[in-house]
Design a protein around this ligand. Structure first.
Ligand SMILES: [Zn+2]
Length: 146
């Protein structure tokens, strides 16, 4: 199942697991308005997703759910996790090669969005692309007790 990022006109940004690529977009949990799916933000279930970076953090008061304590605290924890992860995976520090998966079979060589996108353009399907990337990885490196 794909996981999508959404952004609302009120500044709220959230992610939602959808049953399919064509599922209707949800309504904003903060204000109930229709929201926009952010392009290129999809992650696949089973592939770990790095915490959002500073670029994704809300920058307005509205965006913090009007200073919602839980929401702000969650962002602080997210950015701290992101910073710790970036120390291990320098790819996370650059927007161009943001990491799509860094756990399991991608632990030693994180799968980047660039890599995923290259494969998606070849096969036209991101789920298939992720599977192909995983398969190639197994060829390149001996399976680590999978
Ligand atoms: Zn909203």
């Amino acid at each position: 199942m794909p996981l999508f990022d959404y952004r609302c006109g009120c500044g709220m940004r959230f992610e939602r697991l959808q049953s399919s690529w064509h599922a209707p977009d949800p309504l904003c949990p903060a204000c109930g308005a229709g929201v926009r799916r952010l392009p290129g933000s999809v992650a696949l279930t089973g592939a770990a997703r790095p915490p959002a970076g500073p670029d994704g953090a809300p920058t307005s008061w509205e965006g913090t759910g009007r200073g919602n304590r839980e929401y702000v605290a969650e962002w602080r924890r997210t950015l701290e996790r992101r910073q710790r992860l970036a120390e291990s995976y320098p790819e996370l520090s650059t927007k161009r090669d943001a990491v799509a998966a860094h756990e399991g079979r991608f632990e030693r060589a994180p799968l980047t969005y660039r890599e995923l996108a290259d494969r998606a353009s070849a096969s036209g399907d991101a789920t298939q692309a992720a599977a192909e990337a995983a398969r190639d990885r197994r060829k390149e490196t001996p399976p680590a007790g999978e």
